[in-house]
Design a protein around this ligand. Structure first.
Ligand SMILES: [Zn+2]
Length: 227
């Protein structure tokens, strides 16, 4: 990740990233955010929600120990926090599987010369063919494609946790205002709260239909896009 974005994260959320300049013998956070700029808004959403949750619940701040890309998706490792924080991170990692690591636009995980990477058609290295899975995203709750992809990832993860991890059954429902996705739910647990909070928060950053980021990162952080 480019330096201004990296710096923005550790300066805005100093408690969460307190090991950013720790010793390599003690933390992998010393290497910074080891992923592309396209996931910066997602990391910003995670960071806001984790910081607010720990403050509001009067628990010690979570401590991030590594952020990286692996097999085409985000890995965000942290200590502390609570089940809400786990939910935030789990759904963000799932959502990253469909976000171009370079620009944050809708993308797909592709196999490139033996490694996996998540790119949009524009950033796919030439000579590679775009993966065809998830080609047609079903529109959910009458939402546009961008928001439907978020809700689809949420439903899939909740179903997994209900089936495999003893999450109580969840009934999602939609309170939609004109410019904001507001999901609510009954059932579930604290982890479900974290998942839904991340989707609601991140939805404000993307176009409801195209899924493209609303604010180019260069205008919010003052860095130039490499396109
Ligand atoms: Zn891209």
């Amino acid at each position: 990740m480019d330096k201004p974005l990296d710096q923005h994260l550790y300066e805005t959320y100093p408690e969460l990233y307190r090991d950013r300049f720790g010793s390599p013998t003690q933390t992998l956070m010393c290497w910074g955010f080891e992923c592309g700029n396209g996931w910066f808004p997602l990391l910003d959403s995670i960071s806001t929600l984790l910081t607010n949750q720990c403050r509001d619940q009067s628990i010690a701040s979570a401590n991030v120990i590594q952020v990286k890309e692996k097999f085409g998706s985000l890995r965000f490792y942290f200590n502390g926090g609570d089940a809400f924080c786990e939910g935030v991170v789990d759904i963000a990692e799932s959502i990253s599987e469909q976000l171009c690591e370079i620009c944050g636009a809708p993308g797909k995980i592709n196999r490139l010369n033996g490694w996996l990477a998540c790119y949009c058609p524009k950033h796919l290295p030439s000579g590679n063919q775009l993966a065809t899975h998830h080609q047609n995203q079903e529109l959910l709750y009458g939402l546009g494609g961008g928001w439907s992809r978020l809700v689809g990832a949420l439903e899939k993860l909740i179903n997994w946790d209900v089936e495999k991890n003893d999450m109580p059954p969840v009934q999602l429902s939609l309170l939609q205002t004109c410019d904001q996705l507001k999901l609510t739910f009954s059932g579930g647990d604290l982890k479900t709260h974290g998942m839904v909070a991340l989707v609601n928060h991140y939805s404000r950053l993307i176009d409801p239909n195209s899924g493209e980021l609303l604010a180019p990162m260069k205008t919010t952080i003052g860095q130039t896009d490499n396109d």
